[in-house]
Design a protein. Structure first.
Length: 366
């Protein structure tokens, strides 16, 4: 798990310029972001085990053999812990063992409620990724890098003033959709822990397939880690709890509700949730242009019309009818649509598929 420290913050809007102020201790008019812990890797589950109840885990079953240049080859001999089969990821298909193996890969094929239940089974304070905690560290990224473009090229060199520059790179986002389906049916393919040699440092590790392994030509993906949080976007979708969306198919407006209490998370309801906006107007999917600018300093999308090189830089879908659930980050084939602000509220609560997973969070009681 990666610790996100507590802090106090407020969104500012002066003369049309939006900003975020962050404080190490309480200040007048600020909001509190409590300390929380985020899984260093995409969550696994013990669904392949006979153990009950089923739970989410943050584990790296794989011992990663790094090349001299710091990259990892998909065909390298990777050893797994003795109980790795209990946490087999994806759809847990054992016939993929070999270069397509789902050993050491994150869990998918579960509904948002399925992830929620498995996280809560760990005990008090445990949850899957949820809106308030997700924004807690995304907000810190925006302030540290002074950009909304999380996919800007990674640059390990700081400016002459000592500031971070660039972003986290493209992430795992350049895979051909058809080739991915042919390879392993759209199940996750990057082992959890590829970036663990970086520790809690921000950086990127290249994961490589030789020609003929993933497709006819060689394929490389860039696996980012932000302060120890591996694959914060790209690779597979991540469920995001504590936010419910009601889409009106006639007016093309969406109403967004959020909840900060992990014990009250539920799908398809506004009960115990707070109305954040009734004016999320997108009509169709698109690049986010405007977002809700208020003292909460988070990034709920309102309108599209942006691009891959402007505004929030990422893509969103809020264009269906009825209650919708949210997932974030984008997929391995989405290219520049991916990023920390890539949101999908098109699916209902029954959705579960091979490329949809999650993260594990822990929020201590205050």
């Amino acid at each position: 798990m990666v610790e996100v420290p507590e802090y106090w913050y407020i969104g500012t809007n002066e003369d049309g310029v939006y900003g975020i102020d962050i404080y190490p201790s309480e200040a007048e008019g600020t909001l509190h972001s409590p300390k929380c812990y985020i899984s260093a890797v995409e969550a696994t589950s013990n669904d392949a085990s006979s153990d009950t109840p089923k739970k989410l885990f943050s584990i790296c079953d794989a011992t990663i053999p790094y090349n001299e240049d710091g990259s990892v080859s998909a065909n390298a001999i990777i050893t797994y812990s003795t109980d790795a089969a209990d946490h087999r990821g994806g759809n847990r298909n054992t016939t993929y063992d070999g270069i397509k193996t789902l050993l050491g890969r994150p869990a998918t094929n579960l509904t948002r409620d399925g992830f929620r239940t498995r996280a809560a089974a760990r005990g008090t304070g445990w949850s899957q990724q949820y809106w308030k905690a997700y924004m807690a560290w995304v907000r810190l990224f925006v302030v540290e890098y002074c950009t909304f473009n999380s996919q800007a090229d990674y640059n390990a060199t700081k400016t002459t003033e000592g500031y971070m520059q660039g972003g986290l790179g493209a992430g795992v986002s350049n895979i051909n959709w058809t080739a991915w389906g042919d390879f392993n049916g759209y199940n996750p393919f990057v082992p959890c822990g590829v970036t663990k040699r970086l520790g809690n440092s921000t950086g990127v590790v290249t994961y490589k397939f030789a020609a003929g392994e993933f497709t006819t030509t060689a394929v490389e993906v860039s696996v980012p880690s932000y302060r120890g949080i591996e694959n914060p976007f790209g690779h597979i979708w991540k469920w995001t709890d504590g936010v419910n969306v009601y889409c009106d198919g006639e007016t093309h407006k969406s109403t967004i509700y959020t909840c900060d209490d992990i014990t009250k998370f539920a799908d398809n309801t506004s009960t115990n949730y707070v109305l954040r906006t009734a004016d999320c107007y997108q009509g169709t999917e698109g690049w986010i242009k405007n977002w809700l600018i208020d003292g909460n300093a988070d990034f709920l999308p309102l309108t599209n019309g942006g691009s891959a090189s402007s505004y929030l830089y990422d893509y969103s879908w809020f264009n269906n009818t009825g209650w919708r659930v949210l997932f974030s980050g984008g997929l391995a084939n989405f290219g520049t649509q991916c990023g920390l602000f890539c949101f999908y509220a098109y699916s209902d609560s029954s959705d579960a598929h091979a490329d949809l997973g999650g993260r594990l969070y822990y929020t201590p009681s205050e």
